[in-house]
Design a protein around this ligand. Structure first.
Ligand code: UAG
Ligand code: ATP
Ligand code: API
Ligand code: MG
Length: 491
């Protein structure tokens, strides 16, 4: 493909460049082959500009980098925002992509919402896929990418691959890291969802304002001019601000929730294995029997319904599909019922707000005690730890602090920060032992919540060269601990 043609389609100025043929795109010099356009970005750990000579030696024909970067032997596509320019060029190279692309942001609920949107589309007969923390899920398979928002080259090549497989509808998860690093840029995004906003990732973002601004790039810059945004109305201060961003760009707005104007949630009543929702849409009232428990899951399901409506879904079909949603892996997933009769739920809550939502989701189903096993990740936002401890100790009847991916930190020190000045928590570092203890403790009327890892398949210990991922799956471990020999082994 000709660089000048790509640049002109992307609206990028390539001055002084003779016409060259482009064979691919890379942001890591080790992936450069002859004919590659290399994106040299200043990163959190190293400066990609240091790898420009190596990229050129490996055959890079053009380098997208800041104007002040030194480029000798290839075309310098100079940009004050090299990540953005690179994304827009790459988008042209990887065309065609699926026609209907929507994005979801928010602190919690992104994975659930993209997965539910994919399910609704599929039930409506579309060839749909989702991209996010659970990987790339297509009508045929699910493949993990390791990150919520993959790097920009993987993102575009995934989109292109999906189009080749005949996928027409994609919902992707836009994390704040991804948005601030332009990891999902350059596509036609017809609708975007905003689930909620609360504390997380303050290791990466300076403060809540900066974190919110990163999320709002989705509304301000990433979605199309005529896009629809679907906003959950439950989180007042931030919701109002998200709506202001949408209004500033004159986007079409769908509000969803108890104060929602597009989909109004009138009542939600827990049932044994789900909840009954009464909603109003375009003047018509409907009752939906959602086969999932917890207010948070109904919020995500209704934002997903809003995205399906925004992309042309017919209301009866959309709401019928909501009533047939399947559980999302690791989100209030019931792993097992213990021999004593206590259900054990696995959830991915790893922020204070998420932990509160998960506990509140289970509370109506508890007759006895709610026992919460949880921890906080290492090398991630430290300030959320004590807040998580407070929520767990105040809202549960018994809280057990354990390890959740200590990474490069001392696990015991993380647990101490989680406990902070909260009272009455048990501390059991070994996660298997903690889950076993909760299960042994739970009686017939109790419920066990194991929070933090959800779908994850490993415990991450160490960082850099010494990093190891020890196989660990909360669902499997809960089942093993609940098996009669599991309890016997612990006795
Ligand atoms: C802090 C962070 O987000 N880092 C991500 C980011 O790295 P960076 O741009 O800062 O990269 P860097 O390592 O400093 O390197 C700078 C540049 O030099 C290049 N390089 C580097 C070394 C080399 O030998 N050659 C070379 O060319 C790199 O490719 C990069 O372009 O870009 C990389 C490529 O896209 C990511 O792999 C990397 O994710 C790291 C591994 C990570 O752990 N990220 C987590 C925190 C993350 O992004 N999580 C969110 C989830 C949030 C949520 O769900 O709420 C996510 O979206 O997954
Ligand atoms: N709408 C919501 N409101 C509050 N909490 C929620 C909501 N949706 C999900 N949660 C909580 O957050 C956890 C993670 O949900 P999910 O994976 O859908 O979010 P996410 O935004 O993709 O998270 P991440 O940023 O880690 O990718 C759930 O297990 C639940 O505890
Ligand atoms: N996307 C989240 C995942 C956290 C999961 C939890 N198990 C942890 O390791 O903290 C993050 O990177 O902060
Ligand atoms: Mg996610």
């Amino acid at each position: 493909m000709d660089l000048a043609a790509l640049a002109s389609a992307a609206g990028v100025d390539v001055t002084g460049g003779k016409s060259v043929s482009v064979s691919g795109f890379a942001i890591d010099n080790r992936k450069v082959a002859p004919g590659t356009v290399f994106g040299a970005f200043q990163g959190a750990t190293v400066n990609g500009e240091d790898f420009i000579p190596a990229a050129i030696s490996a055959g890079a024909v053009a380098i997208v980098a800041r104007p002040e970067a030194s480029v000798d032997g290839a075309i310098h596509i100079a940009s004050a925002e090299p990540r953005k320019t690179f994304a827009h060029l790459a988008a042209q190279f990887f065309k065609p992509v699926p026609e209907t692309i929507v994005a979801v942001t928010g602190t919690n609920g992104k994975t659930s919402t993209v997965e539910m949107t994919r399910q609704i589309w599929r039930m409506m007969g579309e060839r749909a896929a989702s991209i996010g923390t659970l990987g790339v899920t297509t009508p045929d398979e699910s493949v993990s990418t390791g990150l919520t928002t993959p790097d920009i080259v993987t993102f575009h090549s995934n989109m292109s691959g999906l189009a080749r497989e005949g996928v027409t509808h994609v919902a992707y998860e836009a994390s704040s890291h991804g948005l601030s690093q332009y990891r999902n840029e350059g596509l036609s995004v017809v609708a975007a969802g905003f689930t909620n906003f609360s504390r997380d990732h303050l290791d990466y973002h300076k403060d809540m304002e900066e974190y919110f601004a990163a999320k709002m790039r989705l509304f301000d810059e990433v979605v199309n001019d005529d896009a629809t945004v679907v906003v959950w109305t439950g989180n007042s201060e931030w919701t109002a601000r998200a709506l202001e961003h949408a209004q500033k760009r004159n986007l079409r707005v769908f509000t969803v929730g108890e104060q929602g104007e597009t989909i109004r949630l009138l009542t939600h009543t827990p049932t044994q294995l789900g909840q009954t929702l009464e909603i109003e849409h375009q003047g018509a009232r409907r009752q939906i029997n959602l086969p999932l428990i917890g207010a948070y899951q109904s919020a995500n399901a209704l934002v997903a319904a809003g995205l399906a409506l925004a992309t042309g879904g017919e209301a009866n079909m959309v709401f019928d599909a909501v009533a047939r949603l399947q559980p999302v892996r690791g989100r209030l997933e019931r792993a097992v019922i213990t021999p004593a009769g206590a259900p054990v739920y696995i959830d991915y809550a790893h922020t204070p707000d998420a932990l509160e939502s998960a506990i509140e989701a289970l509370r109506p189903h508890v007759n006895g005690r709610l026992i919460t096993v949880f921890g906080a990740g290492g090398d991630r936002d430290q300030g959320k730890r004590a807040e998580m401890g407070r929520v767990a100790s105040e809202k549960s009847d018994l809280a057990i602090v354990t390890d959740d991916n200590p990474r490069g930190e001392d696990a015991a020190a993380i647990r101490r920060e989680v406990i902070g000045d909260s009272c009455g928590m048990q501390e059991i570092g070994d996660r298997r032992e903690a889950i076993g203890a909760a299960i042994a403790e739970a009686g017939r009327d109790d419920i066990v919540l194991v929070a933090g890892k959800g779908h994850e398949q490993g415990q991450i210990i160490g960082a850099g060269e010494t990093m190891r991922v020890l196989p660990f799956d909360d669902v499997t471990v809960a089942r093993e601990c609940a098996a009669p020999q599991g309890l016997g082994a612990l006795a």
